[in-house]
Design a protein around this ligand. Structure first.
Ligand code: ATP
Ligand code: MG
Length: 140
């Protein structure tokens, strides 16, 4: 297993319900380390650019509206196999299909308002980290 960094976003449905600390605690309990973190309100342009890969999907407009509806917390998580480990802790995209004990099973409101984002592969992790953070902001 490789030592990796991955981009995590705590989404507006979770910040609205004051779940940031509980979600971070799950990452830390799984052995992931928060090596960068900031709370921000995404602009429409930023959310569209981040989710550009989904721009042809029917849910794109709703997703951008949701992601700009309140603050998010963007983070870099680090650890052995961090990309897969984070996705395991997050659970399936649709909370109805997420395994017991995962963040999405326990906290997500819907397939759209599903509390967290996590990068899905090494190349997207690198791109997504670079999208939000400078090297100076990541302290391992
Ligand atoms: P993420 O990329 O946020 O980590 P994911 O990789 O599990 O989640 P993707 O397929 O990349 O899921 O979709 C990105 C996001 O778009 C989802 O997390 C969810 O917020 C939203 N989304 C995905 N599918 C749907 C859908 N069918 N209806 C509404 N929103 C959706
Ligand atoms: Mg994805």
């Amino acid at each position: 297993m490789a030592f990796e960094q991955t981009l995590s976003i705590i989404k507006p449905d979770a910040t609205r319900r004051n779940l940031t600390g509980q979600i971070v605690a799950r990452f830390e309990a799984a052995g992931l380390r928060v090596v960068a973190q900031k709370r921000m309100r995404l602009s429409t342009e930023t959310a569209e650019a981040f989710y550009n890969v989904h721009k042809a999907r029917p849910f794109f407009r709703g997703l951008v509206e949701f992601m700009t509806s309140g603050p998010v917390v963007v983070q870099v998580l680090e650890g052995e196999g961090a990309i897969a480990k984070n996705r395991e802790v997050m659970g399936a995209t649709d909370p109805a299909k997420a395994a017991a004990g995962t963040i999405r099973k326990d906290f997500a409101e819907s397939i759209e308002a599903n509390s967290v984002h996590g990068s899905d592969a090494p190349e997207t992790a690198r791109e997504e980290i670079r999208f939000f953070f400078s090297e100076l902001e990541i302290v391992g």
